[in-house]
Write a protein that binds this ligand. Structure first.
Ligand code: PGA
Length: 251
């Protein structure tokens, strides 16, 4: 049985006071979280250390990004080791905003995946096709290349610490969501690509989250799909009133 994850990716939102009051409000509602769902918050990294000190077992913390090098002269960057040392459990990499707005290639992301896994962190690896790839029916080939470049060099121990997030670019922040059928089809495909390299047992264990305009209305139909193991949620994770129903929908 794969334990579902609902992860809230706050991106570059919420000042210090708003962030802490939302986090504390979530902690106050921890009894409402379904017991078989792992709740993860990905705040701006500035808040990670304090959030980690505040959290109970009920909320895990993730960074939204890290550098691909272990350390060195990279002004303004954070290393995976630093993120791990303050108590975070996960680090996201491969998000389409990093790919598109910060020029991160599949190769850069592959280096980040390796770097993250050289620490105790687990990786949330994002992949997904732009609209035109789906329109041209190239979406499977596109995602296959992203998955293979980032994950095929990993060892068996490393792949066991990977969570995949399928996030079609056209669905992120747009209000357009993949249908449960589209999500299920792609998740099953990603699982088969992982299975080809690492075997069916590993593929059956890896968690694959869906991301892209997940909200209270669509979450339960997406999360009920056989190969959808929860969600990576942006906009709807920014308020308790919109995030709590998504967490509950993963039951
Ligand atoms: P969204 O963002 O839920 O606002 O579409 C998802 C994400 O980018 O992870």
């Amino acid at each position: 049985m794969r334990k579902k994850i609902v992860a809230g990716n706050w991106k570059m939102n919420h000042g210090y006071h708003e962030a802490f009051s939302l986090f504390d409000a979530l902690l106050e509602h921890k009894e409402d979280f379904p017991s078989d769902v792992e709740v993860v918050i990905c705040p701006p990294s500035l808040y990670l250390s304090e959030f980690c000190q505040r959290t109970s077992a009920h909320i895990q913390l993730a960074a939204q990004n890290c550098h691909f090098a272990a350390d060195g002269a990279f002004t303004g960057e954070l290393s995976a080791t630093m993120i791990s040392s303050v108590g975070a459990k996960y680090c996201i990499t491969g998000h389409s905003e990093r790919r598109m707005l910060f020029g991160e290639t599949d190769e850069v992301i592959a280096r980040k995946v390796k770097q993250i896994l050289s620490t105790p962190l687990q990786v949330i690896f994002c992949c997904g096709e732009p609209r035109e790839m789906r329109d041209d029916e190239n979406h499977f080939a596109w995602v296959e290349k992203q998955v293979k470049t980032a994950l095929y060099e990993l060892s068996a121990d490393e792949i066991a610490r990977v969570i995949v997030a399928y996030e079609p670019v056209w669905a992120i922040g747009t209000g357009l969501t993949a249908t449960p059928g589209q999500a299920q089809e792609m998740h099953a495909f990603i699982r088969s690509v992982i299975g080809e390299k690492f075997g069916n047992e590993t593929a059956a264990q890896i968690r694959i989250l869906y991301g892209g305009s997940v909200n209270a209305e669509n979450a339960s139909s997406l999360f009920q799909c056989a190969d959808v193991d929860g969600g990576l949620v942006g906009g709807a994770s920014l308020k308790l009133s919109t995030f709590l129903p998504v967490i509950k929908a993963a039951k």
